[in-house]
Design a protein around this ligand. Structure first.
Ligand code: G16
Length: 612
């Protein structure tokens, strides 16, 4: 399968030559800066109504991106695709016309406008030996889609990863100064339904095309990057076991475009294992966020309550393994029969079981691991036990890229193969420079395959077994994230200021709401590879000498008001307490953090909007 995917990626597409120079004529359209086009944690995300209802909203941002790239656009190749949400194909057509006018020589567009986020990363890095300068991904990730939902645009650089802050800051600065849009208005719509290459010539006798649009397979380059990471025959053996069954919920996002060829064709699973596998512009009316709250159908199927507790009756007949993806297929949720794996535990378990994963085995082991700061410290304990360097970065996948590129790009220490993860249901490795939901699922299946290579049918080592094994070695990090969504922005900032004042005034341990509050700080980061700095990356409150921790930060991915994220963690080393209910264990920390932050006073809220 891997070999055929690789050759499919290299297969020449049908070519059509169009020799009408008028089509490449550039129109300069006057425009004026639009306020608020500042990329957040992962690109620009706004309500669809803002993109549709504000003249030139998309065009301004794309022109600002190209202006920020400057000379890099000239003669270059750009990748364009998205998660299939409403407005995806409209935006693709606009971007192609603007790319032609801004000097790009070629655009690679995913068939039907579809490309997952990790697929864009793979195409930028690998297709034609890394010929693309970068890519534009049309996604608002896990945010709902449709006319009432969200649209997002993000730029990935030549390493395949999300643009670092220097680039997004430059785009933002350009957005404040943009006065003209460059567009090849006469260029016809790209036929997105069929793979193929269209060459536009500036004149009938031009020797070479002035601009090329290639509609490429959405899946081939991605499969060629991801399948060789795993022992596919071993995965097929697992899937064929009578006592193994699994369900994958693509949540009507772009993962559906990959799920059938990977899980059914390559691994031999029955097509009935796929749920919601047709990408839809409104994600079927759902919220394509793979967590306990929004992947409720899958959660129930796996024998779990909406709080992630085991429902004995339902668990008795549940599949052995379940997983879900978000809109752009970079996030994942992992479930066992009647068992929820927190994303923080997930990356720690993968690290602890690295030998089960061919990609790591072939390289002689992991050379680096990392987590975002709010992610639980489970990975720290595993990294220490393995003796592998461990990094803690601010929230945002872009911060992992420099560590993965440390040797190849910066000539420093080699940390690849590299494993990283975030509490926000993101897990990935150095095979691409984005988090990769399907990679994470295959990593988990590889662990189950390795652990069950010799087990008799009927005694499957389960998801729960491997998680408990990690807890037994490293302790259990009880973990929850409480999100207060669509809070008034002023109140949210005032809450952060209250915590900042707490840090400034902290005089030593004291009791708060019956818990011992032992320290606090504000997280700041210096990238050890590039020297880049990031200030104000979250307020940290420590309890019980650091065993308990609550982090507050404001989300950078919402589109309305502010979202306050409160991440609550308690590290427990005593195995007799591992079976306690996470909500019960964390309740005292939640109460103390709410008191210290003056949550109610700043937000008017009695409780979180979503707890995951
Ligand atoms: C993006 C970033 C992640 C980040 C997440 C949540 O993910 O790539 O690194 O953890 O947003 O960010 P925030 O807490 O600021 O909302 P995605 O899947 O939304 O692109």
């Amino acid at each position: 399968m891997a070999a055929s995917a690789a050759s499919a990626a290299a297969a020449p597409a049908a070519t059509r030559a169009v020799k009408d120079g008028a089509l490449l004529a550039v129109t300069e359209k006057p425009t004026a800066p639009i306020e608020g086009q500042k990329p957040g944690t992962s690109g620009l995300r706004k309500k669809t109504s803002v993109f549709e209802g504000t003249p030139n909203y998309l065009e301004n941002f794309i022109q600002s991106t190209f202006n920020a790239l400057g000379e890099e656009c000239k003669g270059a190749t750009l990748v364009v695709g998205g998660d299939g949400r409403y407005y995806n194909t409209t935006a693709v057509q606009v971007i192609v016309r603007m790319a032609a006018a801004n000097g790009f020589a070629r655009v690679w567009v995913g068939k039907n406008g579809l490309l997952s986020t990790p697929a864009v990363s793979a195409i930028i890095r690998n297709r034609e030996g890394g010929a693309a300068v970068g890519g534009i991904i049309l996604t608002a990730s896990h945010n709902p889609g449709g006319p009432d939902g969200d649209v997002g645009v993000k730029y990935n650089t030549g390493n395949g990863g999300p643009a670092p802050e220097a680039v997004t800051d430059a785009i933002y600065e350009c957005s404040k100064a943009v006065t003209a849009l460059r567009i090849c208005s006469a260029l016809p719509d790209v036929d997105l339904a069929a793979e193929g290459r269209t060459e536009y010539f500036a004149s009938a006798d031009a020797a070479a095309p002035g601009f090329v649009v290639e509609v490429i397979s959405s899946t081939a380059d991605y499969e060629a990057a991801v399948l060789p990471c795993f022992d596919v025959p071993a995965l097929r053996k697992l899937v064929a076991r009578e006592d193994f069954s699994f369900v994958y919920d693509a949540m009507h996002g772009v993962a559906g475009a990959y799920a059938s060829s990977i899980f059914v064709d390559a691994l031999g699973a029955d097509p009935s294992c796929l749920l919601n596998a047709t990408p839809l512009p409104d994600f079927g009316g759902g919220h394509p966020d793979p967590n306990l709250a929004y992947a409720s159908v899958l959660v129930k199927k796996l024998g779990l309550t909406p709080r992630g507790e085991r429902d004995e009756a339902a668990a008795a007949t549940a599949p052995a393994f379940g997983a879900a993806a978000d809109g752009d297929a970079d996030r994942n949720m992992i479930l066992g029969r009647g068992f929820f794996v927190t994303p923080s535990d997930s990356v720690a378990v993968i690290a602890a079981n690295w030998e089960a994963i061919k990609q790591f085995r072939d390289a002689g082991g992991l050379k680096g691991v990392a987590r975002s700061m709010p992610t639980s410290r489970a990975l720290d304990a595993v990294a220490a036990s393995l003796g592998v360097p461990r990094f803690v970065v601010p929230t945002g996948w872009k911060w992992f890229g420099s560590l993965m590129d440390s040797k190849a790009v910066y000539g420093k220490e080699d940390y690849t193969p590299f494993l990283c993860g975030e509490e926000s249901f993101g897990t990935g490795s150095s095979h691409v420079r984005e988090k990769d939901g399907i990679w994470a699922v295959l990593a988990w299946m590889s662990i189950l395959a390795a652990r069950n290579a010799e087990t008799p049918i009927g005694s499957l080592v389960s998801v729960e077994d491997v998680v408990r094994e990690m807890w037994a070695k490293c302790g259990r990090c009880f973990y929850q994230r409480h999100d207060y969504e669509e809070v008034d922005s002023k109140g949210a900032h005032a809450l952060m200021d209250t915590l900042r004042a707490e840090v400034a005034a902290f005089k030593g341990p004291r009791e708060v709401a019956g818990v011992s509050f032992t320290g606090c700080d504000e997280f700041e980061y210096t990238d050890s590879v590039t020297g880049d700095k990031a200030a104000q990356q979250g307020m940290r409150l420590f309890f019980a000498d650091g065993a308990g921790r609550v982090v507050f930060r404001l989300s950078g991915t919402g589109s309305v008001g502010a979202t306050i994220r409160m991440y609550v963690e308690m590290n427990e080393k005593d195995p007799s307490r591992f079976n306690a209910d996470a909500a019960d264990v964390l309740a005292p920390l939640v109460a103390a953090a709410i008191e210290l932050s003056h949550m109610k006073e700043h937000t008017g809220r009695d409780e979180a909007t979503v707890i995951t």
